[in-house]
Ligand binder design. Structure first.
Ligand code: MLT
Ligand code: MN
Ligand code: ZN
Length: 303
């Protein structure tokens, strides 16, 4: 299977439009050894022709321009995007559907909870009824497997996560199973597995098992420390409080990933405040030393 990182940034992207934090200021001024990142999405395919999009970022138009494999090829209207899977209803993961309104109905795979958010608090499923329309396909929260018509040779297993519904959701402080899911993507013919989970608040046993079984994990890389946005005077919100396990410290993502052997380990959904964006930083060196990679836009993985 081929995995293409369309956008490796968290909500806001890097740099964020109005941000002058230590990282954003230096990237605006071209004074940092690092690269810009658009908002969170990946695409997967086994034939290089028919792609499943995970999440639809507000930056999707730029992401399509940067990736010829999903651009129109045959006929007056065409796309390599055959279906969409949403792992939650966050703005950075769903807004891109509005940019895909000119075409045929969108086949969107997501949980009942995500569908509810996108039909109420942020009613884009309803709005799109007057454009392309959305065909909603429910996905499980219990880890059971399913396939997607038009996406050959892949089987998906989705399980509920402890993370957070978006700020606009009635579930923000009242979690429901299926507000967030992690997904195992298995190539049927080879048995190779990707585990994708860009918003991960807690490592429950089924999450650890999914990571141990995978050939490649792409997991929450949002924050280095729990208080990163507080100490930079950006927001009083702490990482764990908004559903993201930080990388450093006791019980952090680095410790977790150190238990996962013989697997390619990639952090994705990196917030603009995270020091790992600076390729010369001590934090980035810490990751290099333990074999953890940091996703970037355009990164491709062959599994
Ligand atoms: C999150 O994952 O917490 C989001 O990136 C927040 C946002 O969309 O602003
Ligand atoms: Mn996000
Ligand atoms: Zn910033």
């Amino acid at each position: 299977m081929k995995i293409r990182v369309l956008g490796a940034g968290a909500g806001g992207g890097f740099p964020q439009w109005n941000c002058n934090c230590h990282n954003c200021q230096r990237i605006w001024r071209n004074e940092m050894n690092g690269v810009k990142r658009t908002q969170s999405s990946i695409a997967v395919s086994t034939n290089n022709k028919d792609w499943l999009l995970f999440n639809t970022s507000p930056d999707i138009l730029a992401q399509i321009q940067a990736f010829p494999a999903i651009q129109p090829k045959n006929g007056v209207r065409d796309t390599g995007i055959k279906a969409i899977m949403l792992i939650d209803s966050q703005i950075d993961h769903s807004t891109g559907m509005l940019m895909l309104r000119e075409g045929k109905p969108l086949d969107v795979y997501c949980t009942e909870m995500v569908k509810q958010d996108l039909s109420s608090g942020f009613p884009i499923f309803k709005m799109l009824e007057d454009y392309c329309t959305v065909n909603h396909h429910p996905i499980p929260c219990d880890g059971s497997g399913f396939t997607i018509p038009g996406i050959d040779d892949l089987r998906f297993y989705s399980h509920a996560l402890k993370s957070k519904a978006p700020p606009y959701s009635p579930h923000r402080h009242d979690p429901h199973e299926g507000d967030n899911v992690g997904v195992i993507v298995e190539q049927i013919s080879t048995g190779k597995k990707l585990y994708y989970s860009p918003g991960l608040g807690e490592i429950e046993p089924h999450v650890m098992q999914a990571m141990l079984d995978a050939d490649c994990v792409m997991v929450d890389g949002t924050f280095w420390t729990d208080d990163e946005m507080c100490t930079q005077n950006i927001s009083p919100k702490r990482a764990r409080e908004i559903g993201h396990l930080p990388q450093s410290g006791e019980g952090g993502m680095i410790e977790v990933l150190n238990e996962v052997k013989n697997t390619r380990k990639i952090l994705i959904h990196i917030n603009n405040t995270n020091p790992i964006l600076d390729e010369d930083s001590a934090e980035r060196k810490t990751l290099d030393d333990v074999g953890i990679e940091v996703a970037y836009d355009g990164m491709e993985i062959d599994l």
